[in-house]
Each structure stands twice: as structure tokens, then as C-alpha cells.
Design a binder for this molecule. Structure first.
Ligand code: SF4
Ligand code: SF4
Length: 358
């Protein structure tokens, strides 16, 4: 099969149906190996099944042939959307969230003279943890007084729903704005934002805040305490950070520096599970978030969870006590099962956009 061939034909040709990716994935257990889905897609032009895949990439990590089923499922979504086959009503709440979040009311560019690096905390952390955003910004300013702050949405919802034009409209406006201000480096907290910037704006250097703080010496373990006596925590690696070993390691080092002992989940790092929010699958498979979150909660076996994604924290907080690493780093929060209401998220984002940050 030649390079550049249609993703479905490529998968139908190259996937051996070995089943490695099928075992841990409820979507593939129901639909069959990627080769079968690709073949059905080719024969029956059935593209909509891809909306049952969370795009989590676990199959990519497991495939011995080096294939990327998740890329095929995203391509199927894009094709279905381009052909007008997708009923967007079930995804309206996500799309409205993104649309409102991209409104100038919730945007803020705080870019001082000489600024080449900006902190981009993303929608989720800004809505759920505005004090942590302020705290992280202050920490970053200690290392680079000219660091800027940009509050905006990266468009990942449209991206994952396969709405290419809509995504490009949101993201290219943001990227062009940053280019125009001379920005060359973007510091992220959300692994989803990191992935979007890395895949769609290669001119920027993208680094997680966690790596930067670790490199800057923030991840120094607390002295004088026997590690065995420290409280245990498990790290949930968000699926967009699956192949980002540097970010995963930095979060662990920071957790230790905050006085915790890390006990790994059976499925972590490269093999982490999606919390259930990925790909907005809940729009067509109601109950998937609850089911997937419960699997991770069971793996935690009563230990509190720590994550670097606001959306994962919101989901996993329903099954066990969960904190964002930013809560601990900035001292603005701790492990909790209490969700932040939708109304409060918007108020938090408005306050962040309008009030002084330091
Ligand atoms: S990306 Fe995740 S949900 Fe989709 S097929 Fe692969 S493992 Fe399953
Ligand atoms: S692991 Fe790879 S080869 Fe095996 S079924 Fe999945 S996609 Fe096909």
C-alpha cells in the first residue's frame, strides 16, 4: 500500500487483527479489530462508528505493527463531518462551551515588553482552578519576569469531533495572534492543549509548566521524612500525554516534592486509560464516562488520584478523592470529590480575564 493512501485502506491492509489493542478497549471489543472496522468503512461507507472511539491512543501504544488506529478514527470523523453525516445535536453542550470560551469576553493577552514565552493554562484549569492559574503564573514569573499569560481556547473539542474548518478557525486565529506578538514558546498545563499546539503549530516550542518547574529546581523532595511515611498517591496520566514521557516524569517528581509517595496504577504512562471524557464519546454512548472512570477508580484501590488535566480531575473526582498537581504546587487546593459547577466555571474564567492577576 503506497504512502498517502486513504487511512481506511491502509489499516485494512496493514492490521493483522492480532487483538492486542482490542482486549483493553470496550469500543474495539464491541466493533472488532481496526482492520474489520476499516473494511466495513470501505464497503458500507460506515464512518460514524468512529464517534464511539475516545481517540485515547492506547491502541497506538499497544500495536506491534506500529499502526495508529486512533489516527484512522479521527480521519473517519473528519470525513463523516465533511460529508455532513454527523448529527451535532448530542455534542451541542461541548460545542457551545467551546464557542463561548473562544469569545473575547473570556480571552486575555497579557504580554509584557520583551515577552517571548507565554503561559497558556487552557479552559479547564482556568474554569475549575483560577487561584492555581494565578499561583502558577507567579511561580513562572519568578523564573522569567517577562513571561506572558494568554487565556483562550485551543479548539480541541472541534478538532476531536472532526470539524476541521471550525477547529482551524479557532486555532489559527490564536496561533497567528501569538506569532504576531513575537511569541516563540508556549507553556501549557493541559496535555490536550500541548498536543494541539505541537501537532498544529510546529513553529512554537511547547513545554509543560511541570517540566519547566522541575528544570527550574521546584521538584526538590522534602527533606527529613522517610518516604515510607509519606501519604501515598497514584498518578492518572491524561491520555493526550500518553507519549509525553518528560511531562509524566515531571508530574511525578513534583508530587514527591509536595510530600507524597507515588504508587503507580497498573495502567499508567504509555498505557494509561482514558478517563472517559476523551472524544466526547458520551454524546453517542451515554454512561461511558461513569464506566471508564470507575475502572480507573478501581485501579487506584482507595488511594487518592493526582492528574495534570482539569477534565480528568473532574471525572475522577466522582470515583475517588482527586487533586490537580497545580493544586498542590500552588497550595490552592487539595484532594477532593467536590465538582465545580458549570456556572462557577464561567464566573472563574470571567474573573481571571478581567481582574488583575498578581
Ligand atoms: S483510541 Fe482508545 S478508544 Fe479508540 S480504539 Fe484506540 S484504544 Fe480504543
Ligand atoms: S494491535 Fe495493531 S495489528 Fe493488532 S489488531 Fe490492533 S491495530 Fe491491528
Amino acid at each position: 500500500m503506497q504512502e498517502g493512501a486513504e487511512p481506511l485502506a491502509l489499516m485494512a491492509d496493514a492490521c493483522t487483527s492480532c487483538g492486542e489493542c482490542v482486549r483493553p478497549c470496550s469500543f474495539l471489543r464491541q466493533q472488532g479489530p481496526p482492520a474489520q472496522i476499516a473494511q466495513r468503512g470501505i464497503e458500507r461507507k460506515n464512518l460514524l462508528s468512529a464517534y464511539g472511539c475516545s481517540l485515547c491512543g492506547l491502541c497506538d501504544a499497544l500495536c506491534p505493527e506500529g499502526l495508529s488506529p486512533s489516527a484512522m478514527f479521527l480521519a473517519m470523523r473528519q470525513k463523516a463531518a465533511a460529508q455532513g453525516l454527523v448529527e451535532l445535536r448530542p455534542y451541542r453542550s461541548w460545542l457551545n462551551y467551546e464557542k463561548l470560551g473562544s469569545h473575547p469576553l473570556f480571552q486575555r493577552d497579557s504580554i509584557p515588553v520583551g515577552c517571548r514565552t507565554v503561559f497558556f493554562p487552557g479552559c479547564s484549569l482556568s474554569g475549575s482552578r483560577p487561584d492555581a492559574v494565578r499561583g502558577l503564573y507567579r511561580l513562572l514569573q519568578q523564573h522569567d519576569p517577562a513571561v506572558g499569560l494568554v487565556l483562550d481556547c485551543c479548539g480541541k473539542i472541534s478538532h476531536d469531533l472532526g470539524l476541521v474548518d471550525r477547529f482551524e478557525g479557532i486555532f489559527s486565529r490564536l496561533a497567528q495572534r501569538l506569532h504576531a506578538r513575537g511569541i516563540v514558546r508556549v507553556l501549557t498545563t493541559c496535555p490536550g492543549c500541548s498536543k494541539v499546539f505541537r501537532n498544529h503549530a510546529k513553529a512554537f516550542e511547547v513545554t509543560s509548566v511541570y517540566e519547566l518547574l522541575t528544570q527550574a529546581g521546584r521538584a526538590v523532595p522534602q527533606q527529613g521524612t522517610d518516604a515510607g511515611g509519606l501519604p501515598a498517591v497514584s498518578i492518572h496520566d491524561p491520555c493526550p500525554s500518553r507519549f509525553d514521557a518528560a511531562q509524566q516524569q515531571a508530574v511525578r517528581q513534583l508530587a514527591v516534592s509536595c510530600g507524597y509517595r507515588v504508587e503507580e496504577l497498573p495502567d499508567s504512562r504509555r498505557y494509561t486509560r482514558c478517563c472517559g471524557q476523551g472524544g466526547m464519546v458520551e454524546g453517542c454512548v451515554p454512561g461511558v464516562v461513569k464506566k471508564e472512570a470507575a475502572l480507573i477508580g478501581a485501579e487506584a484501590a482507595g488511594r487518592p488520584l493526582l492528574s495534570s488535566c482539569g477534565a480528568c480531575c473532574e471525572t475522577l473526582g466522582r470515583v475517588t478523592s482527586t487533586a490537580h498537581i497545580a493544586d498542590l504546587l500552588t497550595g490552592t487546593g487539595t484532594f477532593s470529590t467536590k465538582p465545580v459547577s458549570s456556572r462557577m466555571r464561567w464566573i472563574n474564567r470571567l474573573k481571571l480575564a478581567f481582574l488583575r492577576l498578581s
